[in-house]
Design a binder for this molecule. Sequence first.
Ligand SMILES: [Zn+2]
Length: 55
Amino acid sequence: MAKCSFCSKEIEKGTGKIYVYKTGKILNFCSMKCEKNALKLKRKPIKFKWTKGEK
Ligand SMILES: [Zn+2]
């Protein structure tokens, strides 16, 4: 199962997004929120409480 490249949450099949760089690097995102933060704002996941992935 793929994990979100931003918050490390497991991504359920059929959900989430995959972003592929021209260099071949692949990022998986569980939600628009993560995609936006990672790609547009270039934020570091460690700074955000909601990335902890508490169970
Ligand atoms: Zn995520």
